[in-house]
Structure formats: C-alpha cells, structure tokens
Design a protein around this ligand. Structure first.
Ligand SMILES: Cc1cc2nc3c(=O)[nH]c(=O)nc-3n(C[C@H](O)[C@H](O)[C@H](O)COP(=O)(O)OP(=O)(O)OC[C@H]3O[C@@H](n4cnc5c(N)ncnc54)[C@H](O)[C@@H]3O)c2cc1C
Length: 458
C-alpha cells in the first residue's frame, strides 16, 4: 500500500493546482486521475480571470500561461461588459486560454515539481479512521494518506462516499454545446434569443463549427444526440445548417449545487466537487484554482503541526455576504450615492427611514417627507441650527429630534450617528453636520435658493 501525506482524487485544474501548492509546501502528495492523459473531450473553460493570473504570478508561473493565450477584457454582468483595465493590478484583464492548455501547463509544472500523478487509475472508495484514510483504487490497489482531497468534479465519488449532500437550485435553462460539421454557412457569432444566448463560431481553419444553443425545453441528465442538436438549431436559427458528424456533443444547465460541507473528518472537497453552477461568466475553473490556493497552505500547516485542525474549517467558514449585499443594494437602488463631495457616509445617500421622537410625538423620517419639501433634522442641542437656517424657514422644514437607535446603510453597514442632516425632497442627504456647523448656510443656498434675508449671513 503506497503511503502519502495527501491523496488528491482528480487531476483537473483544481487537483493539479492543489498538488502544486502542497508540493511547494513540502508535502508528500499524489494525484490519482482516471484519464490516461491531460486530453479533454470538448472545450470547457475558455479563460482565466485576473485573480487567477495573479495567483499564478504569485508562484512565478503566470508567464507560461500568458504566452499561450490572449489578454482581453472579459468581465461582464448580464450582457454589459465591465472593463477592468483601470484596476490597480498588473493583470487588469482576463486571459483567453482553453482549459486543455491550462491543464497541460499546470501538469507540466507538476512534472517539474516531481509530483507523482497516477494516471489511468480510478478511485472507487475510501475509509477513514483517526490516523488517516485508506483510498481504494479500481483493480484492487489502495493508498494510505493522512488526508484525502476530492477534486474529482461535479459527480465526485469522494463527496458521495463521504455522505456530503450536494444541495441544489434547479435548472431554469439547458444548453447544448457541440463541435460539428455544417454543410451550409450559418450566421457566425452570437445571437440572443428569447430564452438565452446562442453562438456559432469557427473551430481552427473553419471546417468545423463550435455551437452553443439554448434548448427549447429544459433537459437534464440524458446524453444529448444529434437529433436534439439539429432541433435546437432549427428552433434558434430556423435551419440546422446540415449539422453532422459531431466530434463532441454535451449539455450543460444553469443548475447550481454546493456541498453542504467541504470537509468530513480527513476528507476535503475542492473545485467542482464542492460547487457547480452555470458556466456563464466563466467562473468554475477559476474558483477551483482559488479553492486550491486557499486550502493548500492550510493543509500543509496542519500536516506540519504548525496549526490546529480547526484551521481547515476556515476553508469553508469564509462565507461571503458582501457580494450579495453589494449587488442587491445596487439592483434595488438602495445604494444610490450622489457625489456631493467628501464627508460623512450619509452625504449624497438616501436618508434611512428612522423612527424619530419629535416634540409632536413619534415620527418616521419618510413621513416628514410627505410634503416633498426639504427637511433639516437636528439631533443635537435643541435650537442650535435655528438662527443659521432661519432665512430658509419658508422653504425648509426644521425639527429638533431624538433618535437612540443604530445608524446603518444598505450594503455599507453601520455609520457614525450625525448631529444634524439636511434632507432634500428626494430623500437624499445634502448636508451632514461636521466640525463646521456653518456649512449648513452654504448647503441651503446651493440646494434651496438664496436666503430670504441676506442680512442674516454670518
Ligand atoms: C461547457 C462548459 C464551459 C465552461 N466554461 C468555463 C469558463 O469559461 N471558465 C471557467 O472558469 N470554467 C468554465 N467551466 C467550468 C470548468 O470546466 C470547471 O469548473 C473545471 O473543470 C473544474 O475543475 P475541477 O478540477 O474541479 O474538476 P474537473 O475539471 O471536472 O476535473 C475532475 C477530474 O477528476 C477526475 N476524476 C473524476 N472522478 C475520478 C475518480 N473516481 N478517480 C480518479 N479520477 C477521477 C476526472 O477525470 C477529471 O480529470 C465550463 C464548464 C463547461 C461544462
């Protein structure tokens, strides 16, 4: 029985990257991969995002990828391109590079690092005890390791054998992806249909076509055939262009699944084994690489006794709520921020609908805006702003109020409590009291016209 510190199941991009990370940390690691070589059936990931390139640069190997691919702006949201060329990074672009090349380049790096890859071997199961994991291979061999990491893709045997649930969001759309020969010229390029985006591109010298097609109905699971591809072409383009002789035909959906736990004792998951989602946006391979660099040094430190096992829990515990908050605030309009200059975070943002105490009783802020008039709220010493704002009394409602709750903005979180705010009729904050209370005079003039009596100018 071969003994190693770590056995990685699967030599896709995640397993290769993790093996490199562990090897650099001096860990005795082996990959078991059922493919006989690094060849891939069909194209999968088409590129690397900026952080992945940075991570490779951190290890001194980015140039090996850069010299094979094409740097371009690839980020987007929906159908809107997002240019990152002004981002402060040496790699302010994405790299168009097929997964085949990415994997081959990673595998060549592993060769240099002398990491053993047992190819054409399949992991069929494992059992774990207090000391380690016994990994069973097809054909009867087994390996012994202190840790086992399943980088064995979306249908991960490791995850299933560990009994880790793969929680799912159902597919709402399915796509066919294929490389075929066509007898008539199609409209090359991208075409947006009612149900999603279709694309037909030339492969190599143009004798073959690469197609991605939305299926008329959501389908999952079964192996698609040429008839289904032709039907999808007709549905999207009105013709099947004589599609024949596919060298590759597959289906993917926008289904999303995530392992409910990334660790079960001495068994961990990474990459597609831990999470799968729509390929739109080109994240899967990139996420797998990030998993690998997050997990690699932690596992090495635990193996070396430098850190307790609990360090491994941080691999999964770093749940990010920030993206949800950021996008949701943007899409709901709650983050709208007019640039009114530097100052308190409330400046230019919407005034929260606080429950205030006024001399007339409890009032919500939004209730005070019902008349669509500006409102000046003084949370400080009563009357302190009266003389400064008196020349606008005909236009601006002025109130001394009390509020003892927290101040919080969507996506941004808690902000310091101001002592006074000037609220425009649209609900946005035009002024926040700071060291200079006389700033109110200027803000009132800018937004609500000249003072009624210039003699009151301080
Ligand atoms: C159509 C399509 C387009 C995509 N486009 C993009 C894109 O543009 N950008 C992007 O970042 N991602 C993209 N992806 C996703 C990307 O391909 C995957 O996220 C990525 O391959 C995951 O890498 P992985 O190493 O985790 O898993 P995999 O690549 O699935 O590798 C798993 C490996 O484990 C091996 N294995 C499995 N079971 C066993 C076993 N029992 N024993 C031994 N070996 C085993 C497999 O042979 C395989 O080599 C796309 C995917 C698809 C389907």
């Amino acid at each position: 029985m071969g003994e190693h510190e770590v056995v990685i199941v699967g030599g896709g991009p995640t397993g290769l990257m993790l093996a490199a990370e562990l090897s650099l940390a001096g860990v005795d690691v082996v990959i078991v991969e059922r493919r006989p070589n690094q060849d891939l059936a069909g194209s999968r990931a088409r590129g690397l995002h900026a952080r992945t390139i940075e991570v490779l640069d951190q290890r001194g190997v980015a140039d090996r990828f850069l010299c094979q691919g094409k740097a371009m702006q690839v980020a987007g949201f929906g159908h809107c391109p997002l240019d990152i060329s002004d981002f402060p990074t040496r790699h302010n672009y994405g790299l168009a590079l097929m997964q085949q090349e990415t994997e081959r380049t990673l595998a060549a790096w592993l060769d240099e690092l002398a990491v053993p890859v047992r190819r054409d071997r399949e992991v069929t199961g494992f059992s774990q005890d207090d000391e380690g994991v016994t990994v069973n291979l097809a054909g009867g061999d087994s390996l012994r390791a202190r840790y086992l990491v399943g980088c064995d893709g979306g249908r991960s045997v490791t995850r299933k054998m560990a009994g880790i649930d793969f929680a799912a969001w159902d597919a709402s759309v399915s796509y066919l992806i294929a490389e075929v020969e066509l007898t008539s010229e199609p409209p090359w390029g991208i075409r947006t249909g009612d149900r999603g985006t279709n694309a037909i591109g030339k492969v190599g010298d143009g004798e073959r076509a690469s197609v991605v097609l939305v299926e008329p109905e959501v389908r999952e699971g079964d192996e698609p055939g040429l008839d289904q591809l032709r039907a999808a072409l007709v549905a999207a383009y009105g013709s099947d262009f004589g599609a024949h002789n596919p060298t590759w035909l597959s289906r993917f959906t926008d289904m999303a699944r995530q392992a409910v736990s990334y660790r079960e004792g001495r068994v961990l998951l990474a990459g597609d084994a831990a999470h799968v989602h729509s390929p739109v946006g080109g994240q899967g391979l990139n996420l797998g690489v990030q998993d690998a660099v997050n997990l690699g040094w932690k596992l090495a430190q635990v193996l070396r006794g430098m850190s307790p096992e609990s360090l491994l829990d941080t691999y999964q515990a770093l749940k990010m709520d920030e993206p949800r908050k950021r996008y949701a605030a943007m899409m709901s309009g709650l983050d709208i921020h007019y640039d009114l200059g530097a100052g308190h975070p409330l400046l230019g943002r919407r005034m929260p609908d606080l429950d205030l105490i006024t001399d007339g009783g409890p009032r919500r802020v939004f209730t005070l805006l019902h008349q669509a008039r500006p409102v000046l709220l003084n949370f400080g010493r009563p009357g302190v702003l009266d003389s400064l704002s008196a020349p606008w009394a005909d236009r601006v409602r002025r109130l001394d109020v009390r509020y003892s709750g927290s101040w919080e903005l969507p996506a941004m979180g808690p902000v310091p409590a101001p002592t006074a705010v000037l609220i425009r009729p649209d609900g946005h904050v035009a002024w926040v009291e700071d060291a200079n209370p006389q700033g109110i005079f200027e803000a009132l003039g800018v937004w609500f016209g000249p003072p009624a009596s210039s003699s009151l100018r301080p």
